[in-house]
Design a protein around this ligand. Structure first.
Ligand SMILES: Nc1ncnc2c1ncn2[C@@H]1O[C@H](COP(=O)(O)OP(=O)(O)O)[C@@H](O)[C@H]1O
Ligand SMILES: [Mg+2]
Length: 261
């Protein structure tokens, strides 16, 4: 199986609104693929469908060769997800948080321990493993969430705006972790971002999403025509209107809970 992700006319409607509009997308194994788009473009809706957290209205999607609708549990076992809303237990240590996650995925004993150690080393939090998460900074929490997302050795890791609201130093740290697990573990990474520099340096290919459609999809260097920055390309393709984000965070949090159960 060559593709980590394959969609065919994938569509999601919320009433009258078409959030994801007949998307055909193919992402190869081992890629770091960025979904780049303004607020409300449909990025979160798209990856929520790929993660089986949201049912498509129509169309098809396969993740690691499994159909998101008919083989949802196989999809879930083969992916890791890091979504915007924090879902760590603040009153536990980093180690304990990962331990619970390991148990949820059926890991036990030495294998679980090894997986926790590995994941903490990739995000460089091994030294802080016994600290309570409530004493962690925002960036450390995000890195711990990434560690948790990759702990069960998923073939595909989904990151929804992994660096939003973080300072530049912490963002670089997270980029390093993403690159490291891609290189060392061969994990396919699908990330959404509206930071253009991030997509530019991190992603082998980016899909520029607007109004639920992919308006361009290629290597950042190929999207840029003479003298353009990736930001120029982005603005050229998506226009320069300001987009308002309608908060759907509450919905996502509820969905995430249901998913974790
Ligand atoms: N649960 C929901 N109910 C209704 N509309 C939604 C819901 N979630 C998202 N939307 C709308 O769908 C569109 C795409 O949203 P989203 O996928 O969150 O975009 P992005 O992640 O690119 O910012 C937006 O117009 C948003 O307001
Ligand atoms: Mg989003």
């Amino acid at each position: 199986m060559e593709y980590a992700i394959e969609t065919e006319k994938l569509t999601k409607k919320y009433g009258e609104l078409t959030a994801v509009d007949g998307l055909d997308l193919r992402i190869k194994r081992g890629e770091i693929f960025g979904l780049l788009g303004p607020n409300g473009a449909g990025k979160t809706t798209l990856i929520s469908m790929l993660c089986t957290m949201l049912e498509p209205t129509s169309g098809k999607a396969r993740v690691n060769g499994f159909d998101v609708e008919t083989q949802a549990s196989e999809v879930r076992k083969s992916i890791g997800i890091v979504f915007q809303d924090p879902s760590l237990d603040d009153e536990l240590t980093a180690w304990e948080n990962l331990d619970i996650h390991g148990e949820l995925y059926g890991m036990r004993g030495g294998a679980k321990q090894k997986a926790i150690e590995n994941a903490l080393q990739i995000v460089e939090l091994y030294d802080k493993k016994d600290e309570l998460v409530k004493h962690y900074s925002g960036g450390m929490k995000r890195r711990l969430e990434i560690a948790r997302g990759l702990m069960h050795a998923p073939a595909v890791l989904f990151l929804d705006e992994p660096t939003i609201g973080l300072d530049p130093q912490t963002r670089r740290h997270i980029w390093d972790s993403v690159r490291k697990m891609n290189r060392e573990k061969g994990v396919t990474v699908i990330l959404t971002t509206h930071y253009i520099d991030e997509a530019d340096v991190l992603c082998g290919r980016v899909g520029i999403v607007d109004h639920g459609k992919i308006v361009a999809c290629d290597a950042p260097s190929k999207l840029k025509t003479k003298g353009e920055s990736l930001e120029d390309v982005f603005l050229r393709l998506t226009g320069s209107d300001i987009r308002e984000e309608k908060a759907s965070n509450q919905t996502m949090r509820l969905r995430m809970r249901a998913w974790n159960r």
